[in-house]
Design a protein around this ligand. Structure first.
Ligand SMILES: Cc1ncc(COP(=O)(O)O)c(C=O)c1O
Length: 466
């Protein structure tokens, strides 16, 4: 690693300070289409537009920061999964972003909804999603959450611990229900971005280990339970997955587990859920597969594995979240201050401070996630300059976009847009520094609809009772 305050010729040889994947753009005003929703473009003045509206007029109407969600694009992504995975059940993973409108739209496009708390369940129910098409996850569901789910008639509950199997069995008897359950297993595969590790990744809070034998025991316990109807096995291997290899190993291990259970019980479980995690493009370094490519690869894996085991094909389901909600939305910010900072080796980084920050997108600070950005309110003739888009919080790690080339004349008052902000941004937003959370506004056919309104200082003050 290069020491941080070395000057002079040797250090200058260390090269440019941007990451390898980030090239100096030929045209700093141009959009990289893969990063944006289908309704996004730039007009003749270089102003970003979405579904027929310029961001300058949107900012005037609704203010900044704001998450702008392209409704047609979200519907199209939901449809693309449903069509590509024809015959499977596609559950939209609500944790990526859930509000009643989005729950309604995905249900209208034929998807179920996967929730993991009582709050997400309440939103899905309020949206009118058929409870039979809702799945409830969570490693520590409370009695109240389980009871609500049972009373609502939630279609399936994914159990995650022996404590929960007992708790759910007890509540099922109390409410006179027999819920359908899937057992969440850990397959020993953990996938992240372009890599996956198929060894011993059992050291986590989710699921029952296949390798350690707990998965088989949990399945047998559910199978034998008079108040639970065991229907399947659930596996979720990680996030931002670009290659099917991880799913292949997970499918093989879960199908073998299914066969092992069948040896004990004489019954093949009807269902297998392979979870979510399908990757999206945050930067030019990301190359996601299409739903068709994913579906073709996953079908092949399941069919060949079932043939090898002499097993019947299970009913299949998946739970994409980010791949449906992520690319549909960009975050729009107003620049407040611009500060060139000299780096070692004679390089300069432009710190561009905007009116949001880690409270509306924690992923960069939390996971070291990379994002992209564009000057959204005008065309610039200035040279591209290596920039860092940062927020307004009292925290050095308050970074929204770690590395991006922005025009060197970027100035206070300009608008900046950050694509791929639809998943795990608003849903993980906080009130750090008592900053109110931005609204989510949908754009369709030149019309704006507020889906989640902007929080106000009054909202925050009302919570502080004393
Ligand atoms: C069980 C389960 N299903 C689905 C998802 C959705 O993942 P993604 O949004 O990456 O598709 C997650 C994410 O954490 C999950 O834990």
């Amino acid at each position: 690693m290069t020491p941080s305050h070395v000057a002079g010729a040797i250090h200058a040889d260390a090269g440019a300070p941007q990451p390898r994947w980030l090239d100096v753009p030929e045209d700093v005003n141009a959009l990289v289409p893969e990063l944006w929703s289908q309704g996004v473009a730039k007009d003749d003045q270089g102003v970003l537009t979405v579904a027929g509206l310029t961001v300058t007029e949107i900012a005037e109407q609704v203010g900044t920061p704001v998450y702008l969600l392209d409704e047609e694009d979200l519907r199209a992504r939901a449809r693309a999964f449903r069509t590509a995975f024809d015959g499977w059940t596609v559950y939209y993973a609500g944790k990526s972003f859930l509000c009643t409108a989005v729950a309604r739209w995905v249900a209208e496009e034929g998807l179920g909804v996967d929730v993991c708390t009582g709050g997400e369940l309440a939103i899905a129910l309020r949206a009118g999603v058929d409870p039979a098409r809702i799945g409830l996850h969570g490693n520590n569901k409370s009695e109240a959450e389980l009871r609500d789910a049972l009373q609502a008639g939630v279609g399936r509950i994914i159990v995650d611990s022996f404590d929960e199997i007992a708790r759910l069995g007890h509540l099922a008897a109390e409410t006179d229900r027999t819920p359908q359950v899937l057992v969440r297993v850990t397959t020993g595969v953990e996938a992240h971005t372009h890599e996956y590790i198929a060894t011993a990744h059992e050291d986590q809070k989710f699921g029952f280990s296949i390798a350690g034998g707990a998965a088989l025991r949990a399945l047998r316990e559910c199978h034998d339970h008079p108040r639970l109807e065991l229907v399947g096995i659930h596996s979720h291997i990680g996030s931002q997955i670009f290659e099917p290899d991880g799913f292949e190993v997970a499918a093989r291990r879960t199908l073998r587990l299914r066969a092992e259970l069948a040896e004990h019980t004489g019954r093949e479980l009807p269902e297998l859920d392979l979870g979510g995690g399908f990757g999206i493009a945050y930067t030019t370094a990301d190359t996601p597969a299409t739903p068709e490519e994913l579906a073709a690869a996953m079908r092949k894996i399941i069919e060949s594995e079932c043939a090898a085991l002499g097993a019947s094909l299970p009913r299949l389901s998946i739970e994409p979240g980010r791949a449906i909600s992520g690319p549909t939305t960009f975050a729009l910010y107003r620049v407040g201050t611009v500060k060139p900072v000299e780096l070692d080796g004679g390089h300069v980084r432009l710190y561009v401070s905007v009116d949001g920050g880690m409270s509306d997108n924690i992923r960069t600070a939390l996971y070291g996630a990379d994002y992209s950005a564009t000057l959204a309110s005008r065309r610039s003739a200035a040279e591209p300059v290596l920039s860092r888009v940062v927020g307004k919080h009292c925290e050095g790690g308050d970074i929204l976009v770690r590395d991006e080339f922005l025009p060197g004349d970027i100035a206070p008052g300009d608008l900046i847009a950050v694509p791929a902000a639809g998943a795990y941004s608003r849903s993980m937003a906080s009130n750090y520094n008592h900053v109110p959370r931005p609204p989510v506004v949908a754009v369709r056919d030149g019309r704006l609809t507020t889906l989640v309104r902007r929080e106000t200082l009054d909202d925050l003050l009302r919570l502080d009772v004393g």
